[in-house]
Design a protein around this ligand. Structure first.
Ligand SMILES: *[C@@H]1O[C@H](CO)[C@@H](O)[C@H](O)[C@H]1NC(C)=O
Ligand SMILES: *[C@@H]1O[C@H](CO)[C@@H](O)[C@H](O)[C@H]1NC(C)=O
Length: 300
């Protein structure tokens, strides 16, 4: 048994005439308590993340101070020009005795079983889109939400952009379309980005370790035991116009294979993508059974 988790970073349901459907694997780059977007400079950031993409990932990633594609020397994603970073919270198993164990990610069984964890990334379009620009970043979701009433708000992400690279809340520079049209305030249609992550819960199948009240035993690293506060972070880092070219040429991927049908994108094997890793900067213990979540995040 495993948990498959799909996180929409920008959303409208892909139209039937979807023009570009780029889907690829990004292996695990690092699991660390860093968040250069929401908590730049914080070493450590409040909660633990699993991060994929280019190895320029750092405690601080000020777009004015360094250019991601020229800082990075490798990427854990298969398109070799994608040095973006994609990250989410991590999952923990809470045993009946209250101790916690980190759950690993594993390669998507549809084509990417050779990946050392990480996640599957999608860029979709249903017509002409404008790719993100250097310095662009955004978050989706809200780690403080614990109510199902807002489930849609955190999963449905905007595909309309006002042209600013960021905003104070990292979200208001992007917006929802009205029907299929972008609002006048955010007139630029951008690709739809999705993350898909497989969590390997198989080591935790022993029902004797599960709660006696029938509740589910998994909690997110930010202390959410319900799952509504899930969120994701995106820092654009494609080299040059590679993403724009791929979207313009309606590049697509074979759904069940590690294969991008795209003359304009150079790709690497999963084995080579797996080789791009960085070491953790925050060295608190993440292995074995823990008495608290990293950062002592309260579970609520
Ligand atoms: C991360 O930031 C530190 C401090 O600015 C710098 O010394 C280091 O080279 C950076 N690492 C990468 C991979 O950019
Ligand atoms: C808590 O439960 C886990 C899973 O059964 C077990 O491996 C661990 O040793 C237990 N820890 C304590 C302190 O009892």
């Amino acid at each position: 048994m495993y948990w498959r988790f799909l996180l929409a970073v920008a959303a409208i349901a892909p139209a039937i005439d979807a023009a570009a459907t780029l889907r690829f694997s990004c292996s695990q780059l690092v699991v660390d308590r860093l968040d250069p977007l929401v908590n730049p400079g914080a070493l450590p950031s409040p909660h633990l993340h699993q991060i994929v993409g280019g190895n320029a990932f750092n405690t601080t990633m000020d777009p004015a101070a360094h250019d991601i594609p020229s800082t990075a020397t490798c990427t854990s994603c298969t398109p070799v020009e994608d040095f973006s970073n994609y990250w989410t919270a991590t999952l923990f198993f809470r045993a009946r005795n209250g101790t916690l164990h980190r759950v690993n990610t594993f390669g998507n069984e549809l084509g990417f079983t050779g990946a050392t964890g990480g996640q599957t990334v999608y860029y979709l379009s249903s017509g002409k889109v404008t790719a993100f620009k250097p310095g662009f970043r955004m978050t989706v979701g809200d780690p403080t939400i614990r109510s199902a009433a807002q489930l849609q708000a955190k999963y449905k992400f905007p595909t309309c952009w006002n042209g600013e690279l960021d905003s104070p809340d990292h979200q208001s520079h992007v917006a929802y379309p009205n029907g299929n049209a972008c609002p006048a305030s955010h007139p630029i249609t951008v690709p739809q980005v999705f993350y898909e992550t497989y969590w390997d819960t198989r080591p935790f199948n022993n029902q004797a370790d599960w709660p006696t009240d029938g509740s589910q035993p998994f909690v997110w690293s930010f202390g959410d035991k319900l799952g509504y506060g899930i969120h994701g972070d995106y820092v654009f880092g494609w080299r040059g116009d590679a993403l724009q070219r791929a979207m313009d040429q309606n590049c697509n991927s074979d759904l069940f294979q590690n294969k991008i049908n795209c003359n304009t994108l150079k790709t690497q094997s999963l084995a080579d993508a797996n080789k791009c890793t960085i070491s953790r900067k925050v060295t608190d213990n993440l292995d074995g059974w823990l008495t608290t979540l990293p950062g002592d995040m309260p579970i609520i």
